[in-house]
Design a protein around this ligand. Structure first.
Ligand SMILES: Cc1cc2nc3c(=O)[nH]c(=O)nc-3n(C[C@H](O)[C@H](O)[C@H](O)COP(=O)(O)OP(=O)(O)OC[C@H]3O[C@@H](n4cnc5c(N)ncnc54)[C@H](O)[C@@H]3O)c2cc1C
Length: 504
């Protein structure tokens, strides 16, 4: 690579970072830094936690993705306007930089501990085993990730006692009310107990390391689990988490009782000392169901608790230094409409980490990367020519399209917002629920290695309806033409995941 090319440092290899790297690798000396050595298709993780084949297809080593430039496995610990300090102790200087560090969320969906693909697949498989053997599962959070998680469990393990607790008055608060109602109907029809309007006051370990032991004792004393976590979950009063406003959960993870002990119901559980998705402090040792404290003073027990609440921009490396003023009160990077970091025209912030007022979605992160790639090239050309700063494209929230969002309800159903319209049934199922865009994304990234043998969702794509196909069930007064229009928008979104759109 010629030395006279400008140096572009990309912080984070999620959808924004990898697309930007690929689009810029021919005109910049690109360095991509990420603590992991693999890219993960986050939106496939709820199903990947149920189906190892889906997990395997959704986790891709960076060395199998061409044209990323130099990839360094490290965490950026401090960023200035000129250079980045890495966890390895190295400092990398740059001419241009793009902050693509996304958001931190539940360990379920974005593992901080698993830095290799093998570790990630192992921890997911282990949790799947726990869910399979659990009699009861508690899902905390009724936003998209909690709803998807609960739906995947009952889709994969019919008959499992699943309870979903949510602090808000309705599910899927980001979507129109009828979307939440449709999701609730689906979940309840699949025997998920949905509990709204209450808070979980206790936090899972390690935030509250005393919880497991205390709860196990307390639960025994009050008889809430009484030898059957199923009964306990079904009969307990609900919990409440803050309304989930984005796709996942901060500080959340799964915890389960995980001691090598016999379950009161006779189940056997293995010790999982090193799996961050599974460790819990006290219940593990007791071999009892995990227990959460509820806002009304009662408690709720389950064999496995899956926290699916909240998410936070991941830009702590900008706090406390020269760039601290570039963060808003949520810790998101403040950007101009061009997606340049405020006050630093040679720096961009893309995807979940920036403060663009829109639902944070992977396909928007990728589209922002397309726009930024064109802008970086224009800036580099102008700089090389010694000319004035070029006029850059402006990002329109939601990519300038209808705000589209799809939430899967297992493999054969889903709910979807497209602008003011809500669909449930076959439209979201055909577009997202079957294939989760996994093969489309592998193709978009030009992944070198062949995908693992496709699971039921691995390569299915939009190929028709299967069991439980339901058709367009809820369009809330929309005429057929509007239904078709929205479906086309959604198809366009899906096509966008296939590289069919963008600014290049
Ligand atoms: C359950 C779930 C379902 C979802 N469903 C959908 C969906 O259907 N459609 C959709 O479009 N979106 C969906 N999303 C949202 C989507 O996953 C995110 O919007 C998308 O991943 C954001 O991409 P990003 O590149 O901005 O950040 P991320 O995907 O968060 O990637 C950030 C990268 O930066 C790295 N990083 C973090 N900190 C540092 C650091 N200090 N130094 C270096 N690297 C760092 C991380 O390791 C990571 O690889 C879903 C999310 C979840 C959790």
């Amino acid at each position: 690579m010629p030395a006279d090319k400008p140096r572009l440092l990309i912080l984070g290899g999620g959808p924004a970072g990898v697309i930007l790297a690929q689009r810029c690798c021919s005109s910049f000396v690109v360095t991509l830094v990420d603590p992991k050595e693999y890219f993960e298709i986050t939106w496939a993780t709820p199903r990947g936690l149920m189906d190892p084949r889906v997990a395997a297809a959704a986790a891709i080593n960076y060395w199998d993705i061409p044209d990323l430039g130099r990839v360094i496995q490290a965490r950026v610990t401090q960023l200035t306007s000129q250079s980045a300090l890495l966890s390895s102790g190295d400092t990398i200087s740059f001419d241009f930089a793009a902050v693509c560090s996304g958001s931190s969320t539940s360990e379920l969906f974005k593992s901080a501990a698993a830095t290799s693909r093998g570790q990630r697949l192992a921890e997911m498989k282990e949790l799947q085993g726990e869910i399979r053997s659990a009699k009861s599962v508690l899902v905390v959070g009724g936003g998209p990730s909690g709803v998807e998680m609960a739906a995947e469990i009952v889709d994969a393990f019919a008959g499992k006692a699943v309870t979903l607790v949510h602090g808000g008055k309705r599910l899927l608060a980001e979507l129109p009310p009828r979307a939440g109602a449709a999701a609730q109907r689906w979940l309840e029809a699949h025997h998920v107990k949905v509990m709204l309007g209450r808070r979980v006051e206790s936090k899972p370990p390690p935030d509250d390391p005393s919880l497991g032991a205390t709860s196990a004792t307390g639960t025994t004393a009050t008889g809430t689990h009484s030898g059957s976590a199923h009964t306990a979950v079904g009969g307990a009063v609900a919990a409440a988490v803050p309304d989930e406003r984005s796709w996942s959960g901060a500080g959340s993870y799964a915890h389960s009782h995980a001691a090598a002990a016999s379950h009161p119901d006779g189940g056997h559980h293995t010790h999982h000392a090193h799996n961050p998705l599974l460790d819990s402090a006290g219940a593990a040792a007791a071999g009892l169901p995990s227990v959460v404290r509820l806002s009304d003073g009662s408690s709720l027990a389950a064999d496995v608790v899956l926290w699916c609440t909240g998410s936070r921009p991941a830009a702590a490396f900008m706090a406390g230094g020269e760039l601290a003023g570039c963060l808003d009160e949520r810790g998101a990077v403040k950007v101009l409409p061009s997606l340049q970091v405020e006050g630093h025209p040679h720096m961009f912030a893309l995807g979940d980490v920036n403060n663009v007022p829109e639902t944070k979605l992977g396909f928007l992160a990728a589209k922002q990367a397309e726009l930024a790639a064109a802008s970086l090239q224009a800036l580099a050309r102008a700089k090389a020519a010694g000319g004035p700063a070029p006029k850059l494209q402006r990002w329109k929230p939601n990519g300038g399209t209808l705000a589209v969002m799809m939430v899967t309800l297992g493999r054969d159903d889903g709910v979807m917002r497209a602008g003011g319209l809500v669909f449930s049934g076959c439209v979201p199922a055909l577009i997202k629920s079957r294939g989760l865009f996994v093969q489309k994304y592998r193709k978009l990234l030009k992944v070198n290695a062949p995908g693992p043998a496709p699971g039921a969702a691995g390569a299915a794509g939009a190929s028709g309806l299967g069991r439980g196909a339901v058709g367009v069930a809820a369009v809330a007064g929309a005429p057929v033409g509007a239904v078709q229009a929205a479906a086309e928008v959604a198809q366009a979104v899906a096509a966008g995941c296939d590289g069919g759109s963008g600014s290049r």
